[in-house]
Ligand binder design. Structure first.
Ligand SMILES: NCc1[nH]cc(CCC(=O)O)c1CC(=O)O
Length: 307
């Protein structure tokens, strides 16, 4: 019997996600054995500094890609949201299983909604994307930077004397903690991160037989929508150091994508959308990026990069 080794971060969420993938693969391909290999990444080990300080999203990915490269694992399962817009030629995101709920959610004390929170309420989030959109909606809010795994962040609600925190619905749902959710934030308030709620199945580009197998659990609509979002991100060279968001959906077999770019303090926020053919997902992401550039996104991005 052939064995496929699946590499994952060792956080509870990562293990829950990769277990789901392993089960789906085992169901579909009973002749194979799928084994999880849990790995620690730099992003997991350093939890007392912001991601931006220690080097951004790639920190959750690098060690796992190295294991792919040297053959320790055959498949890597990542949160797509944690992947940079472009990956090295040695690797390929060959499939995305069905996306979970892509929205951001509010977890608040006394289950208050965003509108019910008191004037000047303290909201915990380490994400610039969430920060600028929240302030755009309610300028009175006090945004407090927090980091850590989902359970750590929920604990900070009390330990840091916060009124609420913002998290991804998908993570909470996959952990079975949806009952903690006070409010799902509509995309009009908080446009989700590129790839939020989706998983990336990453393999070595030269491994045709593994690619063929993993493609078996691809979900086409998910793949098309995240392709558009990731091409928007890559074109704007977005990273977690930039307040950037994109969310694509299939509507009547057409592809619709919305994107957002903002300055660091949120004083300038650009947002627009486009519709197109689902076969042209990559081009649509680029077209939307170009549309925002015409409206001033290039200046915003240059300003952020110059520091
Ligand atoms: N930034 C970390 C991260 N990466 C993926 C998820 C949640 C699951 C997902 O979006 O797929 C989270 C937690 C969060 O933002 O609340």
């Amino acid at each position: 019997m052939s064995e496929i080794i699946i590499g994952t971060r060792k956080s509870k969420l990562a293990v829950a996600q990769s277990t789901l993938v392993a089960e789906e693969l085992a169901d579909k391909f009973p002749a194979y054995k799928f084994t999880l290999k849990k790995m620690s990444t730099k992003g997991d080990r350093i939890t007392d500094r912001s991601l931006i300080e220690i080097g951004g999203k790639g920190l959750f990915i690098k060690e796992i890609e190295l294991a792919l490269l040297n053959g320790e694992i055959d498949l890597a399962v990542h949160s797509l949201k944690d992947m940079p817009g472009e990956i090295a030629d040695e690797f390929e995101i060959i499939a995305t299983p069905k996306r979970a709920n892509p929205l951001d959610v509010l977890i608040s004390k006394d289950d208050k909604s965003l509108d019910e929170l008191p004037q000047g309420a303290r909201i915990g989030t380490g994400s610039l994307r969430r920060k600028v959109q929240l302030l755009n909606y309610r300028p009175d809010l006090d945004i407090v930077p927090i980091r850590g795994n989902i359970d750590t962040r929920i604990k900070k609600l009390d330990s840091e004397n916060l009124d609420a925190i913002i998290l991804a619905a998908a993570g909470l749902e996959r952990m079975g903690w949806s009952d903690r959710i006070s409010q799902y934030l509509a995309p009009e308030i908080s446009l989700p991160a590129v790839g939020q709620g989706a998983l990336a199945l990453e393999v070595r580009s030269n491994e045709d037989s593994v690619k063929e197998l993993i493609r078996g659990i691809n979900h086409c609509d998910t793949y098309v929508t995240v392709t558009a979002e990731r091409s928007f991100l890559a074109y704007l060279e977005g990273s977690c150091k930039i307040p950037i968001a994109a969310y694509a959906q299939i509507e009547d077999d057409r592809l619709m994508i919305e994107g957002m770019v903002a300055s660091l303090d949120g004083s300038r926020l650009l947002r627009d959308k486009l519709r197109g053919k689902r076969e042209e997902a990559k081009e649509l992401g680029i077209k939307l990026a170009q549309k925002l550039i015409k409206q001033g996104a290039a200046e915003i991005l240059a300003e952020i990069k110059e520091g």
